[in-house]
Design a protein around this ligand. Structure first.
Ligand SMILES: *Cc1c(COP(=O)(O)O)cnc(C)c1O
Length: 791
């Protein structure tokens, strides 16, 4: 921003501030100042936004349908992408405004659970930055994912009404509202458009989030008749549809409302596309070219209702034959799978489908009938068709619908895509191998490095002599030249120390816990889930604690173990894992015998904004899922990019991280997918328990009374899961005991090697230099080239 523009910005800002508040500058609050800043930036974006929209009107576009967009805050990110972050910060400081305080006025737009939602947010950033016409469609939940507090060591959930004080980053577009019809309800879908600013390139794409509203605010006659509750019943029922984001991660819940929510945003989005198509291509009455201009990426199973909905709109509202409509759908839809956990592959019962959209159910049955006929014609028996069926009994299998109708199915890391072919969808792979492909996930370097780690950003730019790497992350490879430069390694270590100091301060302010910023920061932050195995980490901490108690002079590098993550409110065992982490923290942190060596912190309310402070400060990235269970992971990439070493299993994108940066520069442990498959039928967790003293010691400590769960039975539940066969299955579903010894040894090795600071720094730099592959710019360009065919 040159001087002139800066002055103009300042004038505009003051004008907005006074217009919004009617106050003189001195009387304005931080909130006023934040609001005026949003306003000024939105004004700045406006022209590019309109131009970008106009430019791609008659071009082929990709549409990313996702029930989740885990955006976080927008202020800093938009300033970074506009290329005016430093200038605006300076400008405000000159005006006597503390920029960081202003920033804290923004609530996270936490419209997602975890990785899947954050991926969608990284993708729209990368698409705009790569000048790709990608349109995001999602839901404007009034309540984002719950706010988590830890009380007495237990997770407590609070509401997250992120827009109660307004939303400075959306524009409501009433003129584009749609009517969504359920079996016995009709609502208005009102779009709120958020600008998606490309990185320093003048492109502004759109994320359109739909909000459900009634046709009328209240029933006057009823109100007049003193029936106050009834007068607003319809309003409430309509608003309920987009009231909450279901905070269940990979488990099903809230059935009817959830399916309504899915159909709601799919229907509104499809209607929007068809309406705009008719506006821009009025001559194509038969929709012969619809597929030429549209490709729709379905982010997991949640938006699959878009398939019958497109067919419905084409057939019922535009007079297209069913066969032709389905042929269009065949060319339009592509499906991304995010998990191999069976419970997450959505199946909806007939009665729910019927209640939401009877016509879509009819269409789904029609599609299934066609599928059966096709397979029969090719000589398949009824039994052989079964695994492909969209409808079995009274259940609709959403994944089968997407794979059959769509033209592309992708997993999100090499190993995951292989498992889809070998296992999860093996029958489909045999039938339609050409549909299957891999798109290894990525993260946007703008948020996760340029914004979150200014110090490391400046270091990289200085070393590479250019900042072009922000758009082309593969350029980080140029850092390899400094691997043996002691001065540069020292510089890196000093930056890491700065970030660790900053995190220590933040944790003290937010959690009231003092941590030693010279200890190893060993961090596991992600949703709490058994397959992610936070309890393996915790059991190991108990082991270390016991060892240090017995031998206080043990040769051990002081370590701070940091956890963060939310548990689905109805997921009993995950909540037990949180209680266990906090109880171990309480015991360890209050024991003076070990206190200068061991600390445990569970940070509250892990979210994008907290993540931005945690990743840059980490030394060790805990990626310890059971091999084969984590589809990709993206947290692992954020750590790598910020110079933390991965302590991980051969799972998800860890495999590719080890490949890119070298296994010798990270810490791999544990059984592989193949090894686990081999022992699956004979695995006996109890044997590991009875034969390994360390395992027995830590497992027994769950029920010895050393750690107290206040009669919640949380710890007994974990104890039972680990060593007692559970309802028909084996004990220790996730092989904690199998991997314990390997984890322990690898931790010990790491703990020792951390002390060789130069060698450690070298490994960190090696990881950063090879993190280029994990830019979501690379991922999104692969989607654009291989699947979407847009440029
Ligand atoms: C990156 C990210 C995730 C995903 O973490 P994984 O370790 O890949 O599960 C979840 N939540 C937030 C807030 C994130 O930023």
């Amino acid at each position: 921003m040159n001087k002139l523009v800066k002055e103009k910005f300042a004038d505009q800002y003051m004008e907005n501030l006074q217009r919004i508040t009617l106050k003189s500058f001195e009387d304005t609050s931080d909130k006023d100042r934040y609001d005026a800043l949003c306003d000024t930036i939105m004004g700045l974006i406006n022209q590019d936004w309109r131009r970008s929209k106009q430019k791609v009107r008659k071009e082929r576009k990709a549409y990313y349908l996702s029930a989740e967009f885990l955006i976080g805050r927008s202020l800093g990110n938009n300033l970074i992408n506009l290329g005016i972050y430093d200038e605006v910060k300076e400008l405000l400081n000159e005006m006597g405004i503390d920029f960081e305080e202003i920033e804290d006025y923004e609530d996270d737009a936490a419209l997602g659970n975890g990785g899947l939602g954050r991926l969608a947010a990284c993708f729209i950033d990368s698409a705009a930055s790569q000048k790709l016409s990608l349109y995001g469609y999602g839901v404007r939940y009034r309540e984002g994912i719950f706010k988590q507090a830890i009380e007495n060591g237990f997770q407590v959930e609070y509401g997250d009404s992120w827009i109660k004080d307004g939303d400075g980053w959306s524009i409501r577009v009433d003129s584009d509202a749609k009517i969504v019809k359920f079996r016995d309800q009709q609502v208005k879908a009102v779009p709120y458009d958020m600008p998606v600013v490309g990185f320093e390139n003048g492109v502004v794409n759109t994320l359109r989030l739909w909000q459900s509203e009634p046709f009328r605010e209240f029933d006057f006659a009823k109100f007049n008749n003193f029936e106050y509750d009834d007068a607003v019943a319809e309003k409430n029922r309509a608003e309920d549809i987009t009231r909450v984001l279901y905070p269940n991660d990979m488990q099903r819940a809230g059935k009817l409302l959830r399916l309504k929510q899915q159909y709601f945003f799919c229907s509104a989005s499809i209607q929007d596309m068809v309406e705009k198509y008719k506006r821009d291509f009025p001559e194509d009455l038969k929709f012969e070219n619809f597929a030429r201009y549209h490709v729709i990426q379905l982010n997991d199973t949640h938006p699959i209702m878009a398939i019958p909905e497109l067919v419905r709109v084409l057939v019922d509202e535009n007079g297209i034959y069913f066969e032709d409509a389905l042929a269009i759908a065949n060319k339009v839809f592509a499906f991304t799978n995010h998990t191999v956990l069976q419970e997450a592959l959505e199946k909806w019962s007939f009665d729910l489908m019927e209640e939401v959209s009877p016509r879509c159910l009819e269409i789904v049955e029609q599609i299934d009938k066609k599928l059966v006929k096709e397979f029969k014609d090719r000589g398949f028996s009824d039994k052989a068709i079964d695994p492909y069926r969209i409808v079995t009994g009274d259940l609709v299998h959403m994944a089968n619908l997407a794979i059959y109708v769509g033209f592309s199915v992708n997993g999100v890391a090499e190993i995951h895509s292989q498992i889809l072919k070998d296992d999860t969808f093996k029958e489909w792979y045999k039938e339609s191998p050409e549909k299957f492909n891999n798109k290894t996930n990525g993260i946007t370097p703008r948020r996760w490095l340029v914004y979150a780690n200014r110090e490391l950003t400046n270091f990289i730019t200085e070393k590479l002599g250019t900042d072009a790497w922000k758009k082309d992350l593969a350029m980080l490879k140029g850092l390899e030249k400094f691997l043996d430069d002691e001065k540069v390694l020292d510089e890196f270590l000093s930056i890491k120390q700065t970030k660790k100091d900053q995190l220590a301060k933040y944790i003290l302010e937010n959690e009231g816990i003092k941590i030693d910023s010279h200890s190893i920061y060993d961090i596991q932050i992600k949703r709490i889930h058994e397959y992610k195995r936070q309890h393996l980490n915790i059991l190991h901490i108990i082991h270390l604690y016991h060892k240090l108690k017995k031998n206080p002079d043990l040769d051990f590098t002081p370590t701070t173990f940091i956890f963060g993550g939310k548990a689905a409110p109805g997921y009993f065992r995950a909540k037990g894992m949180i209680k266990l982490a906090n109880e171990v923290a309480r015991v360890v942190n209050n024991d003076k015998d070990v206190n200068d060596k061991l600390k445990v912190v569970f940070v509250q309310n892990y979210r994008v904004t907290y993540a931005e402070k945690l990743f840059p400060a980490a030394d060790v990235s805990e990626q310890i899922s059971t091999a084969g269970k984590e589809a990709s992971g993206t947290g692992n990439m954020k750590f790598m990019l910020n110079g933390a070493l991965t302590l991980g299993t051969l799972d998800g994108a860890n495999v590719e991280i080890f490949e890119e940066a070298g296994e010798e520069n990270n810490y791999r442990f544990g059984a592989t997918v193949e090894e686990l498959a081999e022992i699956a039928d004979s695995y006996n967790a109890f044997e590991y328990y009875s034969k390994d003293e360390d395992i027995k010691d830590v497992v027994d400590s769950l029920v010895s009374g050393e750690f107290k769960d206040q009669d919640s039975y949380y710890f007994l539940d974990i104890y039972n899961e680990l060593i007692k066969p559970q309802n028909g299955g084996r004990a220790d579903q996730y092989y904690l005991l199998k991997d314990f010894a390997s984890y322990k040894e690898t931790q010990a090795k790491l703990n020792k090697e951390f002390r060789n600071r130069k060698e450690w720094a070298r490994k960190c730099l090696k990881n950063i230099a090879n993190a280029g592959f994990f830019s979501s710019d690379r991922t999104i360009l692969e989607y654009a080239d291989d699947i979407w065919k847009i440029d």
